[in-house]
Each structure stands twice: as structure tokens, then as C-alpha cells.
Design a protein around this ligand. Structure first.
Ligand SMILES: Nc1ncnc2c1ncn2[C@@H]1O[C@H](COP(=O)(O)OP(=O)(O)OP(=O)(O)O)[C@@H](O)[C@H]1O
Ligand SMILES: [Mg+2]
Length: 246
């Protein structure tokens, strides 16, 4: 079977004052895969998401999405093309209810009667297991529910490519299992997913392929099993501040 590239980063470089966060990162993401993106703290993972989603401009390099150069597009334009992301620190409209937050995201991505959008919002909340929180103010949610709301808001824009930045971080084991199942279902609908994750059980259980960033460089790529026994990866984690939880 031939693989089709949905996203390609071409020698992406991102320099900040005093640090080069990404050093010529070239990467293909295949249609409908779940790609795990791992690496020690400060490796450049979130910066790569920021560059893909358009929050940051690369210092050099280019990004193709469906063979179209999107490097200069604004974040909202990329969102309309089908790129959605969650934030490492959840960013809901905190005074609004969970349901209202999802409705706002739906209005951005879709057209339809309010009734249809409400049905859609309910469906998405069920998909991520948030029904019981639907009418609670977002600021009052416990961490697990806030993470699920990040996922729901991203799903509401009907993404082709979903970027997940540590959606499992700080969750209880049963919540991790729930979100893993939700992610499996999302992929089954045809969505391509890149997940940044320190929770190794989730990465190894979900990803088809894993890439490893270290000091802004891609140092390894392979199946989850290959990555866990890769010498350079073991060294990167043991040599730095190890932050891999079981
Ligand atoms: N806006 C910014 N201005 C200056 N430096 C930045 C900025 N954003 C990120 N950096 C730096 O770039 C490097 C990569 O940071 P990044 O947040 O991408 O890492 P990460 O792999 O997501 O880490 P973590 O696992 O801790 O979330 C770090 O040295 C960070 O301090
Ligand atoms: Mg990060």
C-alpha cells in the first residue's frame, strides 16, 4: 500500500533569543496514522506544533499540507484547512459552560442551524466522555475534564489533522484509558493524529510510529517497540531530566 503524505515539514528551523528550538526538522506525516512525538522537556515538541498550527513562524523552512505550501498562512486559515490543536495548558473560555465552549468551536468550523450544532455538540461531548460536565462552568472543571474539553474543542472544528499536546498529562490511569479509547475512535473516522505525550503507556499503545526530538533535532524514528530499545533515545532520556511515566 502506498502511503500518502498529509503533512510535510521541510527543514524547519526556529530560533529564539539564546536557543535554537528546532534544527532543520524534516518530517512526513502519513494520512490516517497516529504519530507519537516524544522527547525530553525543552526538546522543541510544542514549538513544532506552534509552527505547524501557525502560532509561530519558522525562522527558515517550509510546511506543506496536502501538498500545498501553508508556511505563510494564519492560524485561522490553517484551522479552516483542517488543522486543529490542543494546548498543553488548557485554554477554554473559562466563564462559559463546557457545552458553550464546544458550540463556539462548532460555529467557527461549521455551518448549520443552531439545533443541528447543538446535536453535534452533544455528540462530541459524548465522544470524549464529558456529558456529565456539559453545563458546568469550564473554570470549575477538574484537570481530567479540562483536558477532555481541549480535545472536544479541537474535534468541533472537524479536523483532518489533530495535534494533541500532552492530553494525558496529570490524569489518573482510568482517565488515560478513557482518552486513549476516544483517540482510537477519532482515528477510526479518518483523522490523522500527532500526539506529544510523556505518558508512555499511551504513546506505545496508540502510535503506529514514533519520532523523537532532542535539543531540536529528530534523533530517531520507528515503531514503538523499535523506539523503546533505541540507544540514542535511551541516552537522551537518561542524560537529561527523565520525565517518562509508566
Ligand atoms: N516563545 C519562546 N521564546 C523563547 N524561547 C522559547 C519560546 N518557546 C519555546 N522556547 C524554548 O524553546 C525550547 C523548546 O521548548 P518547547 O516548549 O518546544 O519544548 P517541549 O519539547 O514542548 O518541552 P515540554 O516537554 O517541557 O513541554 C526550550 O528551550 C524553550 O525554553
Ligand atoms: Mg511542550
Amino acid at each position: 500500500m502506498t502511503k500518502t503524505s498529509l503533512l510535510e515539514t521541510k527543514k524547519i528551523r526556529k530560533s529564539f533569543v539564546g536557543v535554537v528550538a528546532l534544527k532543520d526538522v524534516s518530517l512526513n506525516v502519513w494520512e490516517n496514522e497516529i504519530l507519537g512525538l516524544i522527547g525530553p522537556n525543552g526538546a522543541g515538541k510544542t514549538t513544532l506544533f506552534n509552527v505547524i498550527a501557525g502560532k509561530e513562524q519558522p525562522t527558515s523552512g517550509a510546511i506543506d499540507f496536502r501538498s500545498q505550501d501553508i508556511t505563510r498562512l494564519r492560524p485561522d486559515q490553517r484551522c479552516h484547512l483542517g488543522i486543529a490543536r490542543t494546548f498543553q495548558i488548557p485554554q477554554p473560555f473559562s466563564q462559559m459552560s463546557v457545552f458553550e465552549n464546544v458550540m463556539v468551536a462548532l460555529h467557527f468550523g461549521a455551518s448549520g442551524h443552531t439545533g443541528q450544532l447543538e446535536d453535534e455538540a452533544s455528540r462530541i461531548l459524548a465522544q470524549v466522555g464529558l456529558e456529565r460536565w456539559a453545563f458546568d462552568e469550564s473554570s470549575s472543571l477538574p484537570l481530567g475534564a479540562r483536558k477532555k474539553l481541549e480535545l472536544a474543542r479541537a474535534l468541533a472544528t472537524k479536523p483532518t489533522l489533530l495535534l494533541l499536546d500532552e492530553v494525558m498529562g496529570g490524569l489518573r490511569p482510568n482517565e488515560v484509558t478513557e482518552i486513549m479509547e476516544a483517540i482510537r475512535q477519532v482515528r477510526a473516522t479518518g483523522v490523522t493524529i500527532i500526539m506529544i505525550e510523556h505518558v508512555m503507556r499511551a504513546v506505545m499503545g496508540l502510535a503506529d510510529r514514533v519520532v523523537v526530538l532532542h535539543h531540536g533535532e529528530l534523533i530517531a524514528e520507528g515503531s514503538p517497540a523499535e523506539i523503546t530499545r533505541n540507544e540514542a533515545v535511551i541516552e537522551a532520556y537518561l542524560g537529561g531530566a527523565a520525565n517518562v511515566s509508566a
